[in-house]
Design a protein around this ligand. Structure first.
Ligand SMILES: *Cc1c(COP(=O)(O)O)cnc(C)c1O
Length: 674
């Protein structure tokens, strides 16, 4: 990108004792402009600075924080230099979270605002998605790295060191770190995880940021990932869809009604197309293997043996991903004799194609790759197992189009979503997976297989877990998958198998497409955020400033609020009979309109306390006049189920510009239960 004089457009961020400059490149990706920042330019004399953007993973923590300063702060500056002022910034994982600080600084500077004022207004336009429950995937920095890089910056924001650190403070074991996900959550108006199970796990991980809040109500929603069908589908299947489905499927693939017509596709056509993709995959895998063997120094005659591996008609199972250890790429190798029996059955052979890459710092993942390559050289397994190196989208496309089964066996619940298995749905493949990530909500027995029943094991039982789950996997293959695949009619068609394939497409296709995902992001986050941003910014920030003043006052004086008493009209509580509950609330300096007083009925845990799961919530209404700073609120309620349930009441903040009713630290419960 160039500036008005035609010179390369440069932006800069401040590093200790120097400016770091970056040039901006534009890439057109379909309909989207992607901007890239490039520090490898002569304006940066230091080699470390010039190399900062050369690779994603590499270098140390200092490299990492500088990359993230450049992406977050430099990213907003680059957009600004291009004349782009986004209404909403979606932070995908914590890596980009410094952008929220730069948006605050920008607004403070332009409108002469305090940090708090600018924070409230910009927060409305930030959305955050957390992508992993695995601690190694969470970005955290030691405080000294923050001090080294943010001394001047925090002074510019008008924050003391402690105030700045508070924005990202997280207790990790017995010490404290600056956590990018915490920063992102504090400075966003909405947070989501990438599957329903992952949202539940994330609420547990981050629940301590929301003291006194039932875990179910910790404001982390879920938007399950989806895949861009056009990117992953084979041309042949796309043609079949064009022929048998409403042509709108290409643009509106999230519509369930569209996919009902999958049943109209004749089984023999669908199967022929899928078998052709499998043959192409086998040819591709042999060719790749040939190149790999030559590169590793095998003689050409030995490398030529790759043309004899794999069988175009055999049941083909794919396993490809980043080789993080929790994904357990080697699980299927636990009982080698049993694996060999399954793979080399002369009438019903089974073959495996692996592909993957390990994170450069993940020694465990690299070791898994080494083991698989080693085991695939076993003479009995060699014809049935291939490992493809340098996993990328090209390999992924061949794999997801050609395999019959996609295998996924992570340790639950560490797979936030997983997406490769979704790519197979559209290509007439079936899934066999641990109930983790998307499969925990996608699975049903009529179209796939679940390894186990969603059990979770403590870390010291990992060996036992691997044993149990590998046995379950062998059982599924032997008893279900293999017999179903080879159960053929007179035309050699696996009719029952095809019934599974069609049920999987019909039911899962609209649910796991990126259209559905983007629609959910729009409805849950982008559009409500946009409305709040527009209201806050109108009339030179009038409502935004009023809101920020309201919120500061609330935070400062929230401690004045108390629930003084809680009583109810009937002591003979029977299911179905309604009764009245009254709460006397000391409002301090607030008005009933600032607050939401709620009756809360929930299951009791063993300590007879309200538990983690959200209960019934009923808004209570003011009754009578305010006396001595206190106001009575009341509601009618009836239990609809019996059992150990407790009643309580609570006070939350209320404002139409608040995105959620739950806010860190702004919740007060009745001390007594009636
Ligand atoms: C789809 C895909 C991934 C993501 O796979 P998960 O199932 O989400 O682990 C990674 N790499 C490539 C090349 C892919 O195509």
């Amino acid at each position: 990108m160039r500036d008005e004089q035609g010179a390369p457009l440069l932006i800069s961020v401040t590093l200790p004792r120097r400016e770091l400059y970056a040039a901006v490149w534009q890439v057109q990706v379909g309909r989207v402009q992607l901007y890239l920042l490039d520090s490898n330019i002569p304006e940066n004399p230091a080699p470390d600075d010039r190399n900062l953007t050369d690779r994603l993973y590499g270098g140390d923590r200092r490299t990492r924080i500088r990359q993230e300063i450049l992406m977050g702060i430099g990213g907003i500056r680059a957009l600004d230099a291009l004349g782009l002022r986004p209404s909403i910034c979606h932070m995908n994982e914590g890596h980009s979270a410094f952008l929220a600080l730069e948006r605050i600084r920008q607004l403070q500077h332009e409108k002469s605002l305090s940090f708090n004022q600018a924070q409230e207004i910009t927060r409305a336009g930030n959305v955050f998605t957390t992508h992993t429950p695995v601690p190694a995937g969470l970005e955290r920095f030691e405080f000294d790295l923050i001090d080294e890089h943010f001394g001047d910056y925090s002074r510019e924001l008008g924050l003391s060191r402690e105030e700045f650190l508070n924005l990202g403070r997280e207790h990790v074991g017995d010490h404290e770190m600056f956590s990018m996900p915490v920063l992102a959550m504090r400075l966003s108006s909405g947070t989501n995880a990438v599957s329903k199970l992952h949202a539940w796990v994330s609420r547990g991980m981050w629940g301590s940021l929301y003291p006194d809040t039932p875990l179910d109500e910790v404001p982390i929603q879920s938007v399950t990932n989806g895949v861009h069908i056009q990117t992953w589908i084979s041309d042949e299947i796309a043609e079949l869809f064009d022929h048998y489905l409403d042509p709108a499927w290409r643009e509106e693939d999230g519509r369930p009604d569209l996919w009902a017509a999958v049943d109209d596709i004749p089984n023999d056509e669908l199967w022929r197309v899928h078998e052709r993709s499998r043959r192409q995959l086998i040819a591709f895998a042999r060719e790749r293997l040939h190149q790999q063997l030559l590169r590793r120094g095998f003689a050409r005659s030995e490398a030529d043996a790759s043309s004899r591996v794999l069988n175009p008609r055999a049941l083909t199972i794919g396993f490809a991903r980043r080789f993080a250890t929790y994904k357990r790429a080697t699980l299927i190798f636990r009982d080698l004799p049993r694996l060999k029996r399954i793979a080399s059955d002369p009438h019903r052979p089974v073959q495996f194609i692996f592909a993957g890459k390990a994170h450069p710092h993940d020694a465990g993942g690299k070791e898994f790759i080494r083991q698989i390559i080693h085991m695939a050289q076993d003479p009995e397994l060699r014809p049935h197992i291939v490992f493809l190196q340098n996993y990328d989208m090209h390999i992924a496309r061949q794999l997801v189009q050609g395999v019959d089964i996609w295998l996924n066996n992570p340790r639950r619940p560490q797979e936030a979503s997983g997406t490769s298995g979704m790519k197979c749905i559209y290509n007439a493949g079936l899934n066999c997976s641990i109930l983790d990530g998307w499969w925990d909500e996608g699975y049903a027995p009529e179209f796939g297989w679940a390894i186990g029943n969603g059990e979770e094991y403590p870390p010291h039982e990992e060996g036992h877990q691997d044993h149990v789950e590998s046995q379950a996997l062998y059982n599924i293959l032997e008893k279900d998958v293999v017999p179903l695949f080879y159960d053929r009619d007179d035309d050699n068609l696996p009719q029952e198998w095809m019934r599974h394939v069609k049920a999987s497409m019909r039911q899962l296709a609209p649910r796991f497409s990126s259209h559905r995902m983007v629609q959910e992001y729009s409805e849950l986050f982008y559009l409500p955020s946009l409305q709040r941003v527009q209201r806050m910014q109108a009339d030179d920030l009038q409502q935004g400033l009023a809101f920020s003043a309201w919120r500061s006052r609330l935070e400062q004086f929230w401690h004045e609020i108390r629930i003084e008493s809680l009583e109810f009209s009937d002591t003979q509580l029977v299911v179905g009979a309604s009764f009245e509950v009254k709460a006397r609330v000391h409002l301090g300096r607030f008005n009933p309109a600032d607050l939401r007083v709620q009756l809360y009925s929930g299951k009791l845990n063993t300590q007879r306390e309200l538990g983690a799961h959200a209960g019934d919530v009923v808004d209570m209404q003011p009754l009578g006049e305010r006396e001595n700073g206190s106001q009575v609120f009341h509601a009618r309620y009836a239990y609809h189920v019996g059992g150990e349930r407790g009643l309580s009441a609570r006070v939350l903040p209320r404002h139409e510009l608040l995105p959620d009713q739950i806010h860190q630290g702004l919740i007060t419960w009745a001390q007594t239960s009636p």
